[in-house]
Design a protein around this ligand. Structure first.
Ligand SMILES: Cc1cc2nc3c(=O)[nH]c(=O)nc-3n(C[C@H](O)[C@H](O)[C@H](O)COP(=O)(O)O)c2cc1C
Length: 479
């Protein structure tokens, strides 16, 4: 059986788990994971900011398709960076049939992030995707595989068909993927295709077929993934409701606490004994960023843990320095708070939001933002009255959403987290030439305990401090 790492540094989108963080973790012998979400935007914006350090250009130089790399540089690179206060270029939004420009950006950006994370060491690196951002999956996965990614981790949906895609891409063969289209009728064409041969500029040898880890939040889904996937599933990550980012909603009718957070019950708990019976490696995630929790996970038969929040605030992560500093200060002063918002995400899934002044966690700041959907990662595909595929997002202008058949009630409380998440990592769009998008920070309930990683007398910590602290949970077990 393959030897896996004990600690997985979770993929945190957008751009929080960047190549620097993943490289640091992998170099230290644990599994560093980059977030594969919105890397097309991130590459384009890094280039427009002048590519400080030259990392993007270095990665593109190593890209096996130089003509494509040149096209991207020509389109997006701005020497010295775009003038402050000017907007980033718009990129076509993801759709069933992506324009070539977008597919190329997806391939090259995923290549670049993995290439950089793998630089300077021989250890494994993974990439995380959200199944629900379906229109990006095929070109992004192919790009990451071109760079030799060793693990693909995917949740936020049911990625049953992904293992088979990995098998095909390892041989540069054409793959397809069904898009979920609300209201689609039998016979509608909802299948996306990606043929590497349409993009390759030279003959390439076989690629490594990455290991596939499915991220799930229930025993049912765990069993389905193992029994029904289109190819090998190498492991499972079991994500509990305390985890940062999106959470699975509670089973049954949604009930809220007085503060407005979802109430979970026993039916939402995971049966670890049943999980063990599946006979494949599993990692526990959500509140496991503590040595004693790692020890507990190992004693339950887990291969290890996946940790996000602790790494989010490490100095190597992509989160804006001021957000890191201010939230760490709140943790130290005992005023940090994470709200599990049942409405904020356009996906309709609960989304954890760290409360921070100057971000869209403040209702009045969000209310002052004009409703607009200009990134579209979380758009929902629907069948139009003409039988075509349309796209809608409950964070777009209410009338527009309603005109696309969206339920006007669904827009209440929804926030444009696409723009917020890009702003979190230093790439805020400028609206109407004046309004700069603010961030919206997500973090797990574990936020309140991250000060444990601060070395004495220091106001920041490294991913290596997190690993050193967590590894104490392994060594106690083995003595
Ligand atoms: C800032 C942040 C962003 C996240 N983004 C994603 C994501 O894009 N995809 C995903 O599968 N999980 C995401 N997660 C979940 C992590 O990968 C990980 O499973 C989780 O953070 C573990 O729980 P913990 O936060 O208690 O350590 C995110 C978590 C955080 C804190």
């Amino acid at each position: 059986m393959a030897k896996h790492c004990t600690i997985i540094q979770g993929g945190m989108g957008v751009g929080v788990s960047n190549w620097k963080l993943a490289q640091t973790v992998s170099k230290a012998g644990q599994l560093g994971v980059v977030s594969g979400t919105a890397l097309d935007q991130i590459l384009a914006r890094r280039l427009q900011d002048g590519d400080q350090g030259g990392h993007m250009r270095r990665a593109l130089e190593a890209f096996p398709f130089p003509v494509m790399a040149e096209r991207i540089l020509k389109t997006y690179f701005v020497s010295g960076g775009k003038p402050a206060g000017t907007p980033y270029k718009t990129i076509p939004l993801l759709a069933k049939d992506n324009p070539r420009e977008l597919a190329e950006l997806c391939i090259a950006s995923n290549f670049a992030e993995v290439f950089l994370a793998r630089e300077g060491h021989c250890n494994a690196v993974g990439i995380n995707y959200l199944e629900k951002i379906q229109a990006a999956l095929l070109p992004c996965i192919y790009g990451a595989m071109l760079a030799g990614v060793e693990y693909i981790l995917m949740g936020a949906g049911i990625p049953l068909k992904i293992p088979g895609v990995l098998d095909l891409f390892a041989e540069h063969r054409r793959a397809e993927y069904g898009m979920h289209v609300v209201g689609a009728l039998e016979g509608d064409n909802t299948t996306m295709h990606f043929n590497p041969a349409d993009f390759t500029e030279c003959k390439l040898g076989s690629l490594t077929r990455p290991k596939f880890l499915a991220i799930v939040s229930s025993n049912t889904l765990a069993t389905t993934m193992v029994k029904k996937a289109s190819g090998r599933v190498d492991g499972l990550i079991i994500e509990m409701r305390t985890a940062g980012g999106h959470n699975a909603p509670p089973r049954g009718k949604l009930q809220l606490t007085d503060a407005g957070e979802p109430i979970y019950g026993e039916r939402d708990d995971i049966d670890i004994a049943k999980l063990r019976e599946l006979g494949i490696p599993f990692w526990l995630a959500g509140g496991y960023g503590h040595p004693e929790k790692l020890r507990e996970a190992l004693s339950l038969g887990a291969t290890g843990v996946q940790v996000g929040t602790a790494f989010e605030f490490a100095s190597e992560s992509g989160l804006r320095e001021d957000y890191k500093r201010d939230l760490l200060q709140k943790v130290i002063s005992g005023t940090a708070h994470v709200f599990t918002d049942p409405l904020a995400s356009p996906t309709g899934f609960p989304f954890k939001v760290a409360q921070l002044e100057g971000t869209y966690s403040e209702p009045e700041l969000y209310a002052a933002r004009p409703r607009i959907c200009n990134l579209g990662f979380l758009r929902e595909a629907y069948r139009t009255s003409e039988g075509d595929i349309g796209y809608r997002c409950p964070a777009e202008p209410t009338t527009v959403y309603a005109s696309k058949g969206g339920n006007a009630e669904d827009v209440v409380g929804r926030k444009c987290i696409c723009n917020g998440l890009l702003a979190n990592v230093g790439f805020p769009q400028v609206l109407n030439g004046q309004r700069v998008e603010l961030g919206i920070v997500t973090a797990g309930d574990d936020l309140v305990s991250i000060a444990q990683f601060l070395p004495p007398g220091q106001s920041y910590y490294s991913a290596l401090d997190v690993i050193a602290a967590l590894e104490k949970g392994c060594s106690v077990l083995s003595t």
